[in-house]
Write a protein that binds this ligand. Structure first.
Ligand code: CP
Length: 316
């Protein structure tokens, strides 16, 4: 594996999930694989879980790890070609990515969308330029349109905790006060559409996701209809795809409460975190028996470790 940016980079999703669960039981079994190899984690945006879990995964495989908070500590990057750099950008991504590739055997990149220009965000310009110019394998640490390490951890969690062979999984929109990217729901949808689950997406009118990610999913604007008999509920806010990056007033009643869970199959509630309590998801759920958000976050390590292991093996 030279690139991990979407579910399409994984030939056999079930095999990768099994491998991650094997690593969970045997965290240090491949400690020699990463000896004298270096992982660079490059963040253009904030992170807690992705940063710490991917670093932990690389250390478990015996790698050295370097973290660069590009947004705060790096030079301001120029992304466009054929421009005279007489503005605020100091270094072109062509040189920056190429130099990082001289120091690292694998690079992880986080680059959020601007949520202003849909074509620019969905063209994944920043992430793709790192891939083009760094010359080493690249892992997405969340790009403008996808968060594949999160989605792999989510699928691992569902596989671990399911109580029937084909669980009902619901992705439900949740309220928020500001426009958030579509990366997590896009990614979760495309992974669930490839998994052996019964998958439904519920959102208020206006929050339709790009259909490239939802092929095979049931989609409804009725949250209760979606929640009925659900085994897993994935809670997440996202802004509109059309008009791009917009949010609409109302829909506060989409926040999940214990009362709403009564119609589910004793559902487990997931969220990628960070979550705004009692805005996006109720405290009574987060603090109660239905929440598996911490278990889910813990599985980020095994998701990252399975992917890094594949990359190290392919380039051994
Ligand atoms: N879920 C997730 O990616 O968390 P961070 O943004 O803290 O990395």
């Amino acid at each position: 594996m030279k690139l991990f940016s979407s579910v399409n980079d994984v030939p056999d999703v079930n095999a990768l999930v099994k491998e991650a669960l094997h690593l969970k039981q045997n965290p240090y079994a491949y400690k020699d694989l990463g000896e004298n190899k270096t992982m660079a984690l490059v963040f253009l945006n904030p992170s807690l879980r992705t940063r710490m879990s991917t670093q932990k995964a690389a250390l478990n495989l015996g790698m050295n790890v370097m973290v660069l908070n590009m947004d705060k500590e790096g030079w301001a990057l120029e992304l466009r070609d054929n421009v005279i750099m007489n503005g605020t950008s100091v270094e072109h991504i062509r040189e920056a990515a190429a130099v990082m590739g001289q120091y690292a055997d694998i690079i992880g990149v986080r680059s959020f969308p601007g949520l202003k220009d849909r074509d620019e965000d969905y063209g994944e310009m920043i992430f793709n330029k790192f891939v083009e110019f760094c010359g080493v394998p690249v892992v997405s640490l969340e790009s403008a349109t996808r968060h594949p390490l999160q989605s792999l951890a989510d699928l691992i969690t569902i596989e671990e905790l399911k109580t029937r062979s084909k669980p009902k999984v619901v992705l439900t929109w949740a309220p928020h006060i500001k426009p958030l990217p579509q990366a997590v729901p896009n990614s979760f949808a495309e992974w669930m559409c490839k998994a052996d689950v019964d998958f439904t997406i519920a959102h208020p009118k206006g929050y339709e996701l790009c259909t490239d990610f939802t092929q095979g999913a049931k989609i409804t604007n009725n949250q209760d209809e979606a929640l009925a008999d659900a085994d897993f509920i994935y809670v997440k806010n996202w802004s509109a795809y059309e008009p791009y990056g917009q949010i609409f007033p109302g829909n506060e009643d989409w926040m999940l409460t214990n009362e709403r869970l009564k119609i589910t199959n004793d559902a487990k509630v997931m969220h990628c975190l960070p979550v705004r309590r009692d805005l996006e998801l109720s405290s009574e759920i987060l603090d109660g028996k239905h929440s598996i958000v911490v278990h889910e976050a813990a599985n980020r390590v095994w998701a990252a470790q399975a992917v890094l292991k594949r990359m190290l093996e392919a380039n051994h």
